[in-house]
Design a protein around this ligand. Sequence first.
Ligand code: SF4
Length: 440
Amino acid sequence: MIPKETSVFLQTYGCQMNVADSRTVESILLDAGFRSVGNPDVAEVILVNTCAVRESAEERALGQLASLSRLKTQDGNRIIGVLGCIPQEMKDELVRRLPFLDLVVGLDEYRQLPYLIEERLAAAPGQPAHVAAKLNRRELYDDVAPHHSGGITAFVTITRGCDKFCSFCVVPYVRGRERSRPLVSIIADVEQLVTKGAREVMLLGQNVDAYQWDGKSFADCLEAVAAIEGLQRVRFLTSHPQDIHLRIFEVMRDNPKVCPYLHLPIQSGSNRILAVMNRGYPRERYLEIIESAREIVPDLALSTDIIVGFPSETEGEFDETLDLVRRVRFDSAFMFKYSARPHTKAACMPDNVPETEKIRRLEALISLQKRISRERNLAQLGRVDSVLIEGVAPKSSSQWFGRTPDFRPVVFSQNGEMPGQVVRVKLGELSGFTFRGHPA
Ligand code: SF4
């Protein structure tokens, strides 16, 4: 039996999918009688939810795990566990590198956590780590409502896994096959989150637009979620060009709750590199999607992911990426230099773009995108838009922080409003990428 209110500290690395997974883990543990604490020094159980998608996130998580050995030395009865993508990717290496670990638990094994912790609490200190990291294509955590501690925005995972096997990406190996949750349970989760104070929901999936359940498409899911009373806004992340359907933009156009914002990774502007990446579309198809989307939703904000220095990428092919970025004029972009991930097809290709050249290309791309982002932001000055108040501004306790429907950050003076309220604001000066708003 779990000692009453055993304290747990849970730290999360990586993307919104991992944040959503941590809410699921919290829900499972709180239901089992654990108590959540915000400081690892006072926790009886420390769990680190890890990400393996990018080398940098993996290194950070491994560094944090290594630093936890200090807490284990202080108290040998303390349980330290690692969750998420890294256990799927390198469970044996983890146990070898970090022999003080108690638990190594993969993405589809979270239901077991209370029992695994209970077993460990009862065991003599110094036992080898318990490893549970089998993938389970039926696991959707569908009956586990994500824990919500009162924020305005909540994450709801609607698809898990990925079947695309892009040659650079470890996700299909660590998160397993693509599967969608029943629409009824998504609706139930969102309704419950609204009763707990959420006003904006972010629907999540590795390829959220691939959602399919009992004849319902992602556009149907968007419409159904947007119809929930009390919910102000619906966003979604991440879309894949192969799965995008114009009906999604029609729903966006016709339903003011569905925010006009699309994150659509392009990865490269070169058709040869896109083919080697196994992305499944040429640049022309991507440009066509953007053109149609902007015809249907003229004020659509766009963001993307781009990798530079992919194996064998030539200077000319990199120029094609710059050209695509100039044509599309994204509002923002997540830009990375290539690094090989274990188990992927690209890891078997010669990583032959020199590091200095990767850095040069990345800097050139970032500088171009920064200029475009600023120009697109400057074009918004003077616009009156609705801002959903998320909370107090990080740099001033007398100001609110919120976002426009197209995801632009705004701060403005408080005047009796409350978080969760939508207010009309005129977009004034820009400070970096944040607008100062004025009452409209
Ligand atoms: S679509 Fe490609 S990049 Fe995205 S998760 Fe799947 S394999 Fe990875």
